[in-house]
Design a binder for this molecule. Structure first.
Ligand code: SF4
Length: 465
């Protein structure tokens, strides 16, 4: 874990000055929001589904150990292997060890934010294993040498023209910005890799305790190729991916696709219960499931924060957030961007590193309103701000201003004299054609004019009737 503070403000400022980026972000997020709104409007029982999903996640998280052990037993009963990783490093080392055991020099990957979280590509490269992302968005990002800027749409910050130029430069093909042609180019390059790889690595959308099944939700078919073509499949999941029963799945399937891409159902829903059986037509000979903690049990122990483990990574809170829409995912400085990233990063990377992130919000509550599992995201951000202040990690100037403010508010006479002084200053600045300069406020907008008379004066004059 890096110890430096993520400079959100600086990164955001840089991105705000990038006109192309802002246009790309706004177009993509508005498109997703419109698709979501239309898909949600078709489901009159949407709120009931959200409430049910919240209850299922609460049940799973409240009894996490029980359900995880049940899941482990079921995976093992169906012939799979389970590895418990306390840290990201342990998880990455285990993946490398499995690849080494099979003498793999190439590993194909289906999109997994968890693998980004643990820096898996770097670990594979250091071990001499070539990781190849097969999700189109991730493939673009890998070619560009960047990190994803969105949970479900990693290359959302790039325009078609930028992707066309990237393909031309990195793949040596003719320039095109036609999405179908670009997809065909990527597909033909990736096809060779699918056929060569002996190890496929995927994430997990849901892990069903009752049956030991892992569920993958994708749109491109690459997930299914990654989990069926290679001889070995490694699935990487955070402990929070567990749901108790197979029946629970139907609720999440309806919520996730609509919240994420505005689809009624994603193109592929793969339910994997163990490695290939004798009578099976296809599938891997070996299935390894890595169950990752990586600070999640610390979140679990925190009564104000544990709800963040309910997240199903749909990305809706990112799309709707007025801050994310303008600054994009890279401003958040770590794997998880947007409102849920502003909650998860301080929890997983530490409050010192993520101390600017809880302030990356207008606290409008739009994130909580769209969340399909009803996570109270903006309340968590508020709680984290309190933690930043309580732990004296906020800037000293801010702390001083708040102390002066508190001292003034507690003393009526001092308050009245300060108000008179403020009115005097306001008049002086008005003569120069300026508003009252208030640090941090009047840099980008005017401070509202003070009332001509204070409430106290009006009260004394009996002018309130
Ligand atoms: S917090 Fe809610 S809205 Fe945001 S990604 Fe997670 S599930 Fe989706």
């Amino acid at each position: 874990m890096s110890s430096g503070t993520i400079p959100f403000k600086n990164l955001a400022r840089k991105n705000l000055a990038d006109v192309q980026l802002r246009g790309n972000l706004l177009r993509a997020t508005q498109h997703s929001l419109a698709a979501r709104a239309s898909a949600v409007s078709e489901v009159p029982e949407w709120e009931l589904l959200r409430t049910a999903a919240h209850a299922i996640k609460k049940e799973a998280v409240d009894h996490l150990a029980t359900y995880l052990e049940q899941f482990e037993a079921q995976v093992q009963a169906s012939g799979g292997h389970v590895f418990w990783a306390q840290t990201g490093r342990q998880a990455a080392e285990h993946v490398v060890a499995i690849c080494g055991h099979h003498q793999a020099t190439l590993a194909i990957k289906a999109k997994s934010m968890t693998s980004e979280e643990i820096g898996l590509n770097q670990a594979l490269l250091e071990a001499g294993i070539e990781p190849v992302e097969t999700d189109l968005g991730e493939y673009i990002i890998q070619l560009a040498g960047e990190t994803p800027s969105h949970i479900t749409a990693p290359a959302l910050h790039k325009s078609r023209a930028q992707i066309g130029k990237l393909f031309q430069e990195k793949l040596g093909c003719s320039y095109t910005d036609d999405p179908q042609k670009l997809t065909q180019i990527a597909r033909s390059r990736l096809r060779e890799k699918f056929l060569q790889a002996s190890v496929g690595i995927s994430g997990v959308n849901f892990a069903v305790a009752e049956t030991g099944s892992i569920v993958l939700i994708t749109n491109e078919g690459n997930g299914r190729m990654c989990t069926t073509l290679p001889r070995v499949h490694i699935a990487l999941m955070g402990i929070e991916k567990i749901i108790p029963t197979f029946d629970d799945l139907q609720i999440f399937l309806r919520l996730l696709a609509r919240s994420s891409t505005g689809q009624r159902l994603t193109s592929y829903v793969s339910i994997i219960s163990g490695p290939r059986k004798t009578a099976d037509f296809d599938g891997p000979e070996e299935l390894h499931v890595i169950i990752l903690d990586n600070e999640r049990t610390s979140i679990l122990a925190h009564p104000h924060m544990r709800e963040s483990l309910f997240c199903i990574r749909c990305g809706a809170c990112l799309n709707t957030c007025p801050v994310y829409q303008r600054v994009g995912g890279h401003a958040y400085g770590w794997v998880y961007p947007g409102p849920i990233g502003a909650v998860l990063t301080p929890e997983m990377q530490g409050l010192t590193r993520g101390r600017e992130l809880p302030y990356a919000s207008s606290l409008c509550g739009s994130c909580s309103a769209v969340c399909p599992v009803k996570i109270n995201i903006h309340h968590m951000l508020l709680w984290l701000r309190k933690s930043v202040v309580d732990s004296r990690r906020s800037p000293w100037t801010e702390r001083l201003i708040i102390r002066i403010f508190a001292a003034v508010m507690k003393r009526p006479r001092l308050y009245r004299s300060s108000a008179r002084l403020a009115r005097l200053l306001e008049k002086l600045f008005a003569k120069r054609g300026k508003g009252l300069p208030v640090p941090g406020w009047s840099l980008h907008r005017d401070f509202p004019p003070l009332a001509k008379q204070s409430f106290h004066d009006l009260w004394k004059q009996g002018g309130l009737s």
